[in-house]
Design a protein. Structure first.
Length: 95
């Protein structure tokens, strides 16, 4: 499996905010366009690790739309060689 990682830093000097963007190619060999979004999230969790990318915190975004877990790539009109964005939601600590 080939993995390409590109790291890009974005800085906001006034507020000293730093965002780290990782570009990683995930091998989905053997999957079809009928794969559910949830299955892709689980695959990402398996490859990247549950601590770093827990499935329950992942959001997969395609063309500005958050994809629902129960939908498929085909239903979301994802085409070959598309770019998906994976974001993690923050866990709220209850006090």
């Amino acid at each position: 499996m080939e993995t390409f990682v590109h790291i890009k830093w974005l800085f906001n000097i006034d507020k000293v905010n730093v965002k780290l963007l990782l570009f990683v190619v995930i091998d989905l060999a053997g999957f079809t366009w009928k794969i559910q979004v949830l299955a892709i999230k689980k695959r990402i969790e398996d490859i990247q690790g549950a601590e770093a990318f827990p499935c329950s915190q992942q959001l997969i975004i395609y063309k500005g739309k958050v994809l629902k877990d129960e939908t498929t790539m085909e239903e979301n009109n994802v085409i070959e060689n598309s770019f998906l964005v994976i974001m993690l939601t923050k866990v709220c600590n209850e006090s």
